[in-house]
Design a protein around this ligand. Structure first.
Ligand SMILES: [Zn+2]
Length: 102
């Protein structure tokens, strides 16, 4: 465990600052169970919802087609003005939370 933590500190320290503007996510297609990675560019992809004082983004992701499934999965993410995730919705899939990502 000690080694793992040290490795995470090393990598987290360098990547964290570079990738700060990227919010990665992983979803699983409900139809074929394929796990698909996507990401949100927090600098370019967000729209401001002035009524709620929130950033919102809508993303469509689809699988590789390896399972002959071409379903699009819609992900809607809401961030507060500090770009912390506060809400999320998904259609056609489900979120896969990676414990190592946080
Ligand atoms: Zn699928």
């Amino acid at each position: 465990m000690g080694l793992f933590k040290r490795l995470r500190d090393v990598f987290g320290g360098t990547e964290g600052s570079i990738q700060r503007s990227i919010y990665p996510f992983r979803v699983r297609c409900l139809r074929c169970k394929e796990i698909i990675s996507g990401q949100v560019d927090l600098k370019n992809d967000l729209s401001v919802d002035y009524e709620r004082n929130r950033y919102v983004v809508r993303k469509l992701v689809s699988g590789s087609g390896a399972n002959r499934c071409f379903q699009s999965i819609e992900v809607r993410l809401t961030f507060d003005m500090n770009k912390n995730l506060v809400d999320r919705e998904i259609f056609g899939g489900e979120f896969v939370d990676d414990p190592a990502a946080h």
